[in-house]
Design a binder for this molecule. Structure first.
Ligand code: PRP
Ligand code: URA
Length: 213
């Protein structure tokens, strides 16, 4: 993982690069696409959670009593941005099965590219939790930035944003709107096109995960 900027990390692991290349391929079918999104979320989530707080607990092994580290504090909250973020949830839950899951519904207006919120349900209390906001695509950054604002309005403080493919425009927006949020990107693509799609990207993540269109 490369530290790209303060609080911004871009992955450089060969497994992550390889799996993203499979997602890019227009011939990759829904079933494989879904599994790879899940695997990427797990690999990226593992790194993104490397600073989770721990405390020492006493445990008795068959041999002796010892002090040993366990996760401390309130559990994790995972917050996918609907729809496409849903595809990343199983990968994170495989790592932390006790995590609570919130949902934020956002869709982008096709003409204005502005995000519109249509659903928000977050676990409570959220103040003490580490919150992973998930969305495979960071394009204009509008959806991600608004989702983080919403999480903050509900009291969220320790927020991390995990995306599989980002572009410079979206990364700049979300980072300048929320410099306190740690942002993790599987890769940083070249640019946005005139329709607001990431180039080369992978197309419409929601459609490819759910087999719509
Ligand atoms: C896609 C994607 C992001 C958003 C990114 O969602 O999953 O949420 O676009 O674009 P942005 O950075 O320019 O806001 P979309 O609105 O297509 O909804 P869907 O996931 O339901 O298909
Ligand atoms: N949303 C997507 O699903 N893909 C893009 O390239 C941009 C936004």
């Amino acid at each position: 993982m490369i530290k790209f900027d303060e609080n911004v990390y871009i992955f450089d692991h060969p497994l992550i690069k390889h799996k993203i290349s499979i997602l890019r391929d227009k011939n990759t079918g829904t079933n494989e696409f879904r599994s790879i999104v899940e695997e990427l979320a797990m690999l990226m989530g593992y790194e993104a959670l490397s600073d989770l707080p721990i405390r020492m607990d006493e445990v008795e092994t068959p041999i002796a009593k010892c002090k040993t580290p366990v996760l401390d504090g309130r559990k994790l909250a995972v917050v996918p941005i609907l729809r496409a973020g849903l595809g990343m949830v199983p990968g994170i839950l495989a790592l932390v099965p006790t995590a609570k899951v919130g949902h934020i519904g956002m869709y982008r207006d096709e003409d204005t590219l502005q995000p519109h919120e249509y659903f928000c349900k977050l676990p409570r209390p959220i103040e003490q939790r580490v919150i992973l906001v998930l969305d495979p695509m960071l394009a204009t950054g509008g959806s991600g930035s608004d989702a983080i604002t919403l999480v903050k309005k509900h009291g969220g403080v320790k927020i991390k944003f995990v995306s599989i493919i980002a572009c410079p425009e979206g990364l700049k927006k979300i980072h300048s709107d929320h410099p306190d949020v740690q942002i993790y990107c599987g890769t940083l693509d070249e640019k946005l096109n005139e329709n607001g799609y990431i180039v080369p990207g992978l197309g419409d993540a929601g459609d490819r995960i759910f087999g719509t269109k």
